[in-house]
Design a protein around this ligand. Structure first.
Ligand SMILES: [Zn+2]
Length: 309
């Protein structure tokens, strides 16, 4: 009786060991990504060695997201947690504390050169406080920075799963090549717009890194976060500036209420040019369900609205 139990136990250990040596059947690395852009990068680097849970889903707003009990459960069971950092995820510390997760919390903006944001319209009180600046968290809107996120993800996966490391590095290198090609397309698209027309309006300041990298100016009535409504005075100031500078186009964002942009459109006579994906990807069936598709969508919308093509 005891002997057969031992035999059965030995057999099951052998079976588990055999399964463990096959990468396809090994338990996947449990990864939590704070939002959709990071989840897409992680999928490209991790392939089928990782299973990914995304906290803030498609079209979601990470600035104001309220975590659910299910998010805390996912965090508690994670091997690796991937976050943007720079205070992009307003909920992050609360969720880390609530979940008591022991996973490595990996900040993907590590090694990114942050850019400062000077409030023009929103956060009027802060702006009056002696030109205070804050760090812009939307670093992923520069493709050069996306490459850094991907490098950091590969390093985190290698640290957590050394057996998969060669695969992660190979995947990261292949995806980085796609990002290089994408960067060329985005630069060419913006270069094709006459310089005096490279001014557009969006709801909130999500595109500072895009502006810095590619040379398109974005004006926005809300600051770098969506957590406060712009004042009537801020909106009036933007409307005036738009009338003088003649911004070439105006866009709603997938994560924000379109009401404010529609109001500015009606007051200035500038048509709403379409939807830009700012802080989240689209649903799977939408036009921006991957980072690369998001960039393709955004440059097509911007070119289409400004050049009418
Ligand atoms: Zn944002």
């Amino acid at each position: 009786m005891l002997k057969s139990f031992r035999a059965a136990l030995t057999l099951s250990v052998i079976t588990l060991t055999a399964l463990g040596t096959s990468s396809a059947l090994a338990a996947p690395l449990k990864v939590v990504a704070s939002f959709t852009v990071i989840a897409d990068f992680a999928k490209n680097v991790g392939g089928d060695r990782v299973s990914i849970t995304t906290i803030v889903g498609p079209d979601g707003d990470a600035h104001v997201y309220e975590p659910s009990p299910a998010d805390a459960v996912a965090m508690a069971g994670a091997d690796v947690v991937l976050v943007n950092g720079l205070h992009f995820e307003g909920f992050l510390q609360r969720l880390v504390d609530a979940s008591a997760t022991k996973a490595a919390i990996v900040t993907l903006t590590k090694d990114v050169t942050p850019i400062d944001f000077k409030p023009e319209f929103a956060d009027a009180d802060a702006a009056e406080g002696a030109g205070k600046t804050v760090t812009d968290p939307h670093a992923f809107q520069s493709i050069a920075n996306a490459r850094i996120y991907v490098k950091n993800i590969a390093e985190a996966f290698c640290a957590a799963d050394s057996e998969g490391c060669v695969g992660y590095q190979t995947n990261a290198a292949a995806y980085t090549k796609k990002l290089d090609a994408l960067e060329g397309e985005v630069k060419a698209a913006i270069q094709s717009i006459p310089e005096e027309k490279r001014v557009v309006i969006t709801s909130h300041d999500a595109f500072g890194y895009f502006e810095h990298e590619y040379g398109l100016t974005f004006l926005a009535p809300q600051g770098i976060s969506t957590d406060s409504e712009p004042s009537a005075a801020d909106v009036a100031k933007l409307v005036n500036q738009v009338k003088q500078d003649k911004a070439a186009a105006m866009f709603i964002e997938n994560i924000t209420n379109p009401r404010l942009i529609e109001q500015i459109a009606s007051e200035t006579g500038i048509k709403v040019g379409g939807t830009l994906y700012s802080d989240a990807l689209s649903q799977p069936e939408g036009p921006a369900s991957t980072y690369i598709d998001m960039m393709h969508n955004n440059i097509a919308q911007i070119k289409g609205a400004i050049l009418g093509s």
